[in-house]
Write a protein that binds this ligand. Structure first.
Ligand code: FAD
Ligand code: NAG
Ligand code: NAG
Ligand code: NAG
Length: 563
C-alpha cells in the first residue's frame, strides 16, 4: 500500500506534485535544497552552484491561460505573458491557496535515492537527505517523484573551438548572464539560437556596439503575438487545429505556415531560415530579433569555428576582430546525481523513460521523473497531468504495460520523432502537446468525452473543440473534477482581455451597412481573381488561391470579432 511519497524539489513541478498527492490521499514529503519555492523562476542576483539561474528580464514564452495549473486560473489582471517575478507571485498564490508549505522541508538536499533490499516486494526507496547543518538523515518512502529540474549544469563546449585558451575576451555561459550592463558599448558574440540565446542577443544588442548571433542551424522565429495581438499559444494550441493539421498533406501545412511567418519577415532575407520545415521542430519564440536585425544592431552569423587572440572565426571563414565577450547559450547537461546509475541506461547515459515518465526497468513502478521533456507548449499543465498519472500508477489504479511492451512503445515513439529531430538526444525528449495530455488524461480517466459533452453542454463543447486547449479541460469530469472548470473555460478569453483594458477606446463606425459593403467587396475580389486565373494559365495559381484564401480568412476573422 503506497502512502508516503518523496517529492524532490519545490519548483513548479514539485508544487504540483505535492498538491496532487494530497488530492489522491497520499502523504507527500518534499525536500527542497534552496530556501524558497519556485525553482528556476526564483531570480537570484548572482548564479549559485548546483542551482538553475535566469536573467533579470526573463518573461514567459507561454501565456497565462495556457500555462496555469488546471484548477487554479491566474488572476484576471495578470498580463498574458509574465515577467519571472510575477510568475513567482502566482506560485506563491498557488502554494498558499492549497497549503503546500507545510509539506516542504527547505534547505534539505536529497543526496541519494536507492531501492531498498526488498524493493521487488515493497517497491520502497531509501532516501538520504542533508540539511543546512550538514546532517544526514535516512528516510524510507513508498514512492518518489523526481522534480529536480534540468537547467542546472551548464554545457560549455569550449573545447570544440580551437584557440579559446588564447582568446583575450571573456567567455561565459548564459547560466551566468544576468543583464547586459557589462556589455554596454562592447562587441559581443552570442552562440546558440535557443530561447535564451535569442533573448540574450536582443538584450545585449540594445546597448552593445555590435552583437553577432552565431547559429549552426538557424531557426524559425515566431513572436508571442498571434493575429489581432492575441497570445500565440491561445490560437495555436487548439483541438480543431490539431485534427485539421493531421488531415491535410504535411508539406501543405508547412508551406502555408511558413508563408504566413515569412509575410512578417522573410526568413531567407534575414538569414534566419533553417534547413528544416517550420512545423518540424519547436520554433523560437522571440518578438524582437527581426527588429534588431532590421536596424543592424544584431548580425546573424554561421557557427563559430575557432578563436583568435582578440577575435573569432566563423565556419564560413569570416573573421570578427576586437570581440570583448562570447556568451554561450548552448544549453545544459541533464543529470540526476542522486538517482541509481542503473536507471541512466540510455545510449548516451541518459534516463530511459516510458512516456517520458517511468523508468521501464523498475520491478515496481514507484518512481517517476517529472518535467523531463520538451514540447510546443507550456510545461506546467503537462507536469500536473504527469503527477496525476503517476499517483494513479503508485496507488495501483492504473497499470503500466510489461517491461517488454514499454520498451517496444519507446522504440516506435523514438522512430517517429527521429524524422523531425535527427539528433537522438533531442528526439527522445519531444512530446506532442495535446496528444500527450490526452493520452495521460485517458489513463487518469479525465479525458473529456466530446460526444456526451456535445449532448449535455453544447456551449462548453464548442469552446473545448474550437477554442484553445486550456488546462481546465482536464478538470471537467472524472477523478479530481473541479466545480470551477466549466466557468474557467467560459471566461478564459475575459481573463486574456482584462489586462489590456487600460483606456476607454472610442468606437469606430462599423454599422451593418459597413460590414455588408465590405462583404460585397470581398466577394467581388474573389470573383475577379478567379476569372483572372481561368483566363491566364501563366498566372501563378497557388499564389492566387492563397490570396483568395487569405482575404476570406481575414473577412471571417474580422466579422467574428466585430460580430
Ligand atoms: C530560460 C527558461 C525559460 C523558460 N520559460 C518557460 C515558459 O515560458 N513556459 C514554460 O512552460 N516553461 C518554461 N521553461 C521551462 C521550465 O523548466 C519550467 O517552466 C519549470 O520551471 C520547470 O520546473 P521544475 O520544477 O521541473 O524545475 P525547477 O524549476 O528547476 O525546480 C527544481 C527544484 O528542485 C530543487 N532541487 C534540485 N535538486 C535537488 C535535490 N537533490 N534535493 C532537493 N532539491 C533539489 C531545486 O533547488 C529547484 O528548486 C523555461 C526554462 C528556461 C530555462
Ligand atoms: C511538415 O509539418 C508536419 C507537421 O504537420 C511534419 O510532421 C512534417 O514532417 C513536416 N515536414 C515536411 C517536409 O513536410
Ligand atoms: C520556452 O523557453 C524554454 C527555455 O528555453 C524552452 O525550453 C521552451 O521549450 C520554450 N517554450 C516554447 C513553447 O517554445
Ligand atoms: C499573364 O500573367 C503573366 C504573369 O504571371 C503576365 O506577365 C502576362 O502579361 C499575363 N497575360 C495576360 C494576357 O494577361
Amino acid at each position: 500500500m503506497v502512502r508516503r511519497v518523496a517529492v524532490v524539489g519545490a519548483g513548479s513541478s514539485g508544487l504540483a506534485c505535492i498538491k496532487i498527492c494530497v488530492d489522491e490521499g497520499l502523504e507527500p514529503i518534499c525536500f527542497e535544497s534552496s530556501d524558497d519555492i519556485g525553482g528556476l523562476w526564483k531570480f537570484k542576483e548572482s548564479p549559485e552552484q548546483e542551482r538553475s539561474s535566469i536573467y533579470r528580464s526573463l518573461v514567459t514564452n507561454t501565456s497565462k491561460e495556457m500555462m496555469c495549473f488546471s484548477d487554479f486560473p491566474m488572476p484576471p489582471d495578470y498580463p498574458n505573458y509574465l515577467h519571472n517575478t510575477q510568475l513567482m507571485q502566482y506560485f506563491r498564490l498557488y502554494a498558499e491557496h492549497f497549503g503546500l508549505h507545510r509539506y516542504i522541508n527547505f534547505q534539505t538536499t536529497v543526496r541519494s535515492v536507492t531501492q531498498r533490499p526488498d524493493f521487488s516486494l515493497s517497491g520502497q526507496w531509501d532516501v538520504v537527505t542533508v540539511n543546512r547543518d550538514g546532517e544526514e538523515e535516512k528516510h524510507v518512502f513508498d514512492a518518489v517523484l523526481v522534480c529536480s529540474g534540468h537547467y542546472i549544469h551548464p554545457a560549455l563546449p569550449l573545447s570544440d573551438f580551437p584557440g579559446h585558451e588564447m582568446f583575450s575576451g571573456r567567455c561565459f555561459h548564459s547560466w551566468e548572464y544576468k543583464d547586459a550592463d557589462a556589455c554596454r558599448g562592447k562587441r559581443v558574440v552570442v552562440v546558440g539560437i535557443g530561447n535564451s540565446g535569442g533573448d540574450i542577443a536582443v538584450e545585449i544588442s540594445r546597448s552593445a556596439k555590435k552583437t553577432f548571433l552565431s547559429t549552426r542551424e538557424g531557426a524559425w522565429v515566431i513572436g508571442r503575438m498571434s493575429d489581432n495581438g492575441l497570445p500565440l499559444d491561445m490560437t495555436a494550441i487548439n483541438r480543431l487545429n490539431n485534427v485539421l493539421m493531421s488531415l491535410l498533406p504535411q508539406s501543405l501545412t508547412n508551406w502555408s505556415a511558413e508563408r504566413a511567418v515569412n509575410q512578417k519577415y522573410d526568413h531567407k532575407l534575414y538569414c534566419l531560415r533553417p534547413r528544416h520545415r517550420l512545423l518540424d521542430k519547436r520554433p523560437l519564440i522571440n518578438d524582437d530579433i527581426p527588429g534588431q536585425i532590421l536596424h543592424g544592431a544584431l548580425v546573424l552569423k554561421p557557427n563559430l569555428k575557432s578563436f583568435k587572440d582578440s577575435g573569432v572565426v566563423f565556419e564560413d571563414g569570416t573573421v570578427e576582430e576586437d570581440i570583448d565577450a562570447v556568451v554561450f547559450c548552448t544549453g545544459y547537461h541533464v543529470n540526476f546525481p542522486f538517482l541509481p546509475p542503473a536507471l541512466s541506461d540510455g545510449p548516451q547515459g541518459e534516463l530511459t523513460l516510458y512516456k517520458r515518465l517511468f523508468p521501464p526497468s523498475l520491478l515496481r513502478p514507484t518512481l517517476a521523473v517529472m518535467g523531463l521533456f520538451q514540447t510546443k507548449g507550456p510545461i506546467m499543465p503537462i507536469v500536473e497531468m504527469q503527477a496525476r498519472w503517476a499517483a494513479k500508477v503508485f496507488t495501483g489504479l492504473s497499470r503500466l504495460p510489461s517491461k517488454e511492451e514499454m520498451l517496444e512503445v519507446m522504440k516506435s515513439d523514438m522512430k517517429r520523432k527521429m524524422k523531425s529531430y535527427p539528433c537522438p538526444r533531442q528526439a527522445v525528449l519531444q512530446v506532442d502537446y495535446i496528444p500527450y495530455l490526452d493520452f495521460m488524461a485517458d489513463k487518469v480517466g479525465v479525458r473529456p468525452n466530446f460526444l456526451t459533452l456535445l449532448l449535455r453542454d453544447p456551449v462548453l463543447w464548442w469552446k473545448v473543440i474550437f477554442g484553445p486547449c486550456t488546462p481546465y479541460q482536464y478538470r471537467l469530469t472524472g477523478p479530481g473534477q473541479w466545480a470551477g472548470a466549466r466557468q474557467a473555460i467560459l471566461t478564459q478569453w475575459e481573463r486574456v482581455t482584462q489586462p489590456f483594458r487600460t483606456r476607454v477606446v472610442p468606437e469606430p463606425d462599423s454599422g451593418p451597412s459597413f460590414l455588408f459593403s465590405r462583404w460585397l467587396l470581398m466577394l467581388g475580389g474573389a470573383v475577379v481573381t478567379a476569372v483572372l486565373m481561368s483566363k491566364n494559365e501563366t498566372f501563378p495559381v497557388p499564389q492566387g488561391a492563397a490570396r483568395i484564401l487569405d482575404r476570406c480568412k481575414i473577412f471571417w476573422r474580422d466579422s467574428w470579432f466585430t460580430g
